[in-house]
Design a binder for this molecule. Structure first.
Ligand code: PLP
Length: 592
């Protein structure tokens, strides 16, 4: 009898244990964003199943079901634009083309500018140069003498205009030139840098690294070391560099089992932080306030007109305050990844902009004064790399080139300059300045009845397309032709520098409007009642399934089918450059 009680007791304990595990698992699932982005493992698995397919030349311009005269207009416009770009930059193109097969970055970025079904034809015919040889203020010049306004912001490095950085670099060389490339012993200027970074970050101690990615790696490693806990929480959509420890989804083939990707702006996420014992740190990229739970926008994923961004500063402040409180309560290290936002959103970066103090802060990009850099700032307790009572239990981090004298020199020039009244005055007004400029730009777009809206967070802008279209990605080429330099992510992000004058930005507005008017005139934004975002996405899915399972093709719904494309699943392209274009890689989150 008593034996059977014991068996029942054990079974009940096991059942209770299992129920508890299920509840804990369900709770974690609820805190994930419902999109695929919120489910890293699934997104990676599904991405691996997406086949490459390409729209054939004959249907390239009619994949939205446009009538013949629109197709003709697009085709002529395509050739004209191609010719204008080619004729204006022959030397630049001649220098750039061989690089495509020799520099992996160029090969990748030139293939990942636009949605992949269109890229074969476009990248075969429509080359953009990737060479420049001079900058001045907000402008950049190619080898053919074309000066373009820079909207790329050099991935966020350029906060104050290129001349500012050229001066910092020259000054840095003057400061440290006598020492040269000595590593190990520091140039004395490092002491001033450390004091200034401590003041800006509000923290006690600093370490130097060579890139933002490396700074993030070190911050996460320290958080795990000091808390003894295993897991990192990152918020859905946030980019923190290319280390696979912060990129558990698409873009990294390794399975990561120590990262939770949770929803931004979600009480369920707060619940997880408050209830789990395995969370070492929460990593925040404050730029996500611009598009919570979404990747930073890029034209490679612009298959319809459903890009969204919406910056609500007050809502984000409230959210960060809640995160701060739960991290303090649960001994979770709050890391602000300010590699992008540092020294941009305010003098004290996002910490100053949102009024939150983090435990560890990472910086990079602009802080090097034009040179490569990564920095971690933190409390003495968190920055310590050894334990007094366990001498062999260390958290090792070194780097040959950290604290390079030239970087320290240029950083010194940068930090000294940004502390001056002129720059402090720019910081005081920059949020309003950029809100007003974007509002002027939108008034012009509205007045011209163009299907575009610009949204911004401070000096970071994104183009929103307001009319359903499959060809929005063409806009980046019209902008280029109008004398505007974009990064490879296209119209998803314009990173403006704070030295733009009103007159210069007025010229940028003119160029954006002119480019958009031409694109409208050329028929790319043709619309019809059946051309909805939903129909575009259904058609895309149907084309993709047809490429993967050709036998299913006749049974799939094709909402744009009257004129829709015949897709070709491309597995064995002919030429070597086509081969490169057709590699079935997956679009990934990108830097900057
Ligand atoms: C927020 C953030 N963290 C980390 C990184 C990585 O920095 P890096 O490209 O210098 O490695 C970036 C780069 O864009 C970033 O924006």
């Amino acid at each position: 009898m008593s034996q059977s009680y014991l068996v029942y007791f054990i079974l009940v304990c096991i059942a209770l244990y299992l129920v508890k595990r299920v509840v804990v698992r369900l709770r974690l699932s609820k805190a994930k964003h419902p999109s695929l982005r919120g489910h890293s493992k699934w997104s990676r698995r599904i991405a691996g199943q997406i086949p490459f397919f390409a729209y054939q030349e004959s249907e390239y311009f009619s994949t939205d079901g446009a009538p013949e005269h629109i197709v003709e207009s697009r085709s002529v416009a395509f050739d004209t634009l191609k010719k204008q770009i080619q004729d204006s930059s022959p030397k630049t193109l001649a220098h750039s083309e061989p690089l495509e097969n020799s520099i992996s970055d160029v090969r990748f970025t030139s293939n990942y500018r636009i949605p992949f079904p269109y890229r074969n034809q476009l990248s075969k015919e429509f080359k953009l140069g990737s060479i420049a040889d001079q900058t001045q203020g907000s402008k950049i010049k190619d080898l053919d003498g074309n000066w373009r306004y820079d909207l790329s912001g050099s991935y966020g490095v350029n906060v104050f205009g290129y001349d500012f950085y050229k001066d910092c670099m020259a000054e840095g060389m003057k400061i440290a030139g006598n020492l040269g490339p000595v590593l190990g012993a520091y140039h004395p200027v490092i002491a001033e840098n450390v004091e200034m970074i401590k003041q800006v970050s509000g923290l006690d101690e600093v370490s130097f690294h060579m890139s933002g990615t490396e700074a993030v790696m070190q911050a996460v490693r320290l958080a795990r070391y000091h808390t003894g806990k295993t897991h990192l929480v990152r918020l859905c959509g946030a980019y923190h560099g290319w280390w696979d420890g912060v990129q558990p989804g698409i873009g990294n083939n390794r399975k990561t089992n120590d990262v939770y990707t949770l929803s931004d702006l979600s009480d369920n996420t707060l619940g997880i932080l408050d209830s789990r014992d395995d969370i070492a740190c929460v990593l925040i990229n404050p730029l996500q306030a611009f598009h919570p739970n979404s990747d930073s926008a890029s034209d490679v994923s612009l298959i319809a007109s459903d890009r969204a961004a919406n910056f609500d500063k007050q809502a984000y402040i409230l959210w960060l305050e809640k995160i701060r409180a739960v991290c303090t309560k649960r001994n979770i290290v709050l890391i602000f990844d300010e590699v992008f936002t540092g020294f941009r959103l305010s003098y004290r970066g996002a910490q100053g902009f949102f009024g939150i103090q983090a435990d560890l802060v990472t910086y990079g990009k602009t802080l090097g004064g034009g040179y490569p850099v990564g920095v971690v700032a933190g409390t003495h307790k968190l920055m310590k790399r050894y334990k007094d009572n366990k001498p062999v239990d260390v958290s090792f981090a070194r780097g040959t080139f950290n604290s390079h004298p030239y970087v320290m020199g240029a950083m010194n020039a940068f930090l000294t300059r940004v502390n001056k009244p002129e720059i402090q005055a720019i910081y005081q007004s920059s949020e309003d300045v950029w809100n007003n400029r974007v509002s002027l730009l939108n008034q012009r777009l509205d007045a011209a009845k163009l299907p575009l809206k610009i949204v911004n967070m401070h000096s970071i802008l994104s183009v929103i397309y307001t009319r359903p279209s499959r060809y929005n990605w063409m806009f980046q080429f019209y902008l280029r032709n109008a004398g505007l330099e974009l990064s490879w992510t296209g119209t998803g992000r314009f990173i403006m520098n704070l030295s733009y004058t009103d007159e210069e930005f007025a010229e940028v507005i003119d160029r954006i409007v002119t480019a958009a008017q031409q694109m409208e005139k050329d028929g790319w934004w043709w619309s019809s009642p059946t051309l909805t975002n939903k129909a575009i996405k259904q058609q895309f899915l149907s084309d993709m399934l047809s490429a993967k399972f050709p036998l299913l093709a006749p049974f799939l719904s094709k909402p744009l089918s009257k004129h829709s494309a015949h897709v070709t699943a491309t597995s064995a392209p002919i030429s070597s450059s086509e081969q490169l274009n057709a590699a079935p890689e997956n679009p990934i989150q990108k830097a900057g």
